[in-house]
Design a protein around this ligand. Structure first.
Ligand SMILES: Cc1ncc(COP(=O)(O)O)c(C=O)c1O
Length: 390
């Protein structure tokens, strides 16, 4: 379905209040998402939390079907988790690394992931190695190929870095990982809801994502995909009576499906909101969403490139809805604040978010303006006008 901008905007109440270009932070939810959540919270207050969850069982179960459709996988390969970081952690910490094992990752890896690598490396003697970038600034598939040997136990890549408009060649990396028989963990936090994701095409064995960003779902929601063949090879780092069953006083059995990575108590209203958000994205179609977002971002980059003192910082052969830039003589934080005072929401990607990549570029921080399909060319123009007047 082509995106009906008038309908989308009418269904996004936040647009009446702000010019929202922080979609890579948290996008504005559409009305059906918010309403479904409020309706559930009301039922919790009226009849009790457990009873409301029972009443909503079909919708809660639908969440798995919706995500499975989004990723082209099976419902039993999905776990609902409270955010992308924890989803990623449940997969990563499920590996049993040993001294000398190699973990290969990219330069623009999200800091939380990188911290986890360092912790595991310190504990086990595994080593973390960074795959060099190619000439376009994205993970070099050729370099990855050259780094492979029998000691590589995991390839873990961020699909779309938090601080840059580039899209890493995730499917090409997946082909290399598959050919080598190495498990492949993809951080799709910024790409879910932003572009089509098909786990078979991507060739990943595990994929983590969040609800609140391009999917336009609620905060405090996320999910993990684990390929069927991989599920029982990963021992969840944390278990409870939902992930496992105590079958005897001295024995438990871990669930055979991906819900072994969940825990019992969860944000039920959020899960309902996430299901609605995924359906909403699927209704528009991920190709249509990607095409509009990419085109709008290119319009913004082209416009920024004409402005004196402004430098677009995005790298990569394929560029998405995240647009990063700096302005000479102005701190990114001051730009964000000045725009915020005019109800224009942008974000600052700080050095600590992707420490390695930023250090290699000698750049301390950038302004991040991330567009969504509900933004307009007029809004892009308004941002640039405000920026010019700073
Ligand atoms: C690339 C990437 N990975 C992971 C995360 C963490 O997501 P969450 O805050 O949902 O845990 C972010 C958040 O900005 C991100 O940009």
């Amino acid at each position: 379905m082509a995106i009906d901008l008038a309908r989308v905007r009418a269904e996004t109440p936040g647009l009446a209040h702000v010019l929202h270009l922080n979609n890579a932070g948290a996008a504005l939810p559409p009305r059906p998402v918010t309403e479904a959540m409020i309706q559930h919270l009301r039922r919790e207050a009226e009849i009790g939390g457990y009873e409301a969850a029972e009443e909503a069982d079909a919708t809660l179960e639908h969440c798995y079907d919706a995500i499975a459709q989004l990723l082209n996988c099976r419902r039993e390969e999905i776990a609902f988790v409270e955010n992308a970081t924890r989803a990623w952690d449940m997969a990563f910490y499920g590996f049993r690394f040993q001294a000398g094992d190699r973990i290969l990752t990219g330069k623009a890896e999200y800091a939380s992931n990188y911290i986890a690598y360092l912790q595991v490396a310190r504990r086990t003697g595994a080593v973390v190695e960074v795959i060099p970038d190619d000439a376009a600034g994205q993970v070099s598939v050729e370099a990855l190929r050259g780094m492979l040997d029998a000691r590589v136990k995991l390839i873990a890549i961020t699909h779309v870095p938090t601080n840059n408009g580039l899209v890493n060649p995730a499917a090409a990396i997946g082909r290399v990982a598959r050919a080598a028989g190495v498990p492949y963990l993809l951080d799709a936090c910024q790409s879910a809801g932003h572009m089509p994701l098909d786990v078979d095409e991507l060739g990943c064995d595990m994929l983590s994502a969040t609800g609140r960003k391009y999917l336009r779902g609620p905060r405090g929601t996320g999910f993990l995909y684990v390929r069927r063949a991989m599920i029982e090879r990963l021992e969840p780092p944390l278990l409870d009576l939902h992930a496992a069953t105590l079958v005897a006083p001295d024995r438990y059995e871990i669930r055979p499906d991906a819900r072994r990575f969940e825990n019992w108590e969860s944000y039920v209203a959020g899960k309902i909101g996430l299901a609605v958000a995924v359906d909403y994205a699927l209704d528009w179609g991920l190709e249509a969403i990607r095409d509009r977002v990419y085109a709008l971002a290119e319009t913004l980059r082209a416009r920024l490139a004409t402005m004196p003192g402004v430098t677009v910082r995005d790298l990569g052969a394929e560029r998405c809805g995240i647009v990063t830039f700096t302005k000479a003589g102005r701190e990114p934080g001051a730009i964000r604040q000045a725009l915020g005072a005019q109800s224009i929401n942008v974000h600052v990607s700080a050095a600590g978010d992707t420490r390695l990549e930023v250090a290699s570029r000698d750049q301390s921080g950038v302004v991040r303006a991330s567009v969504h399909y509900y933004n307009t060319e007029e809004e892009v123009e308004r941002l640039c006008g405000a920026l010019a007047r700073l």
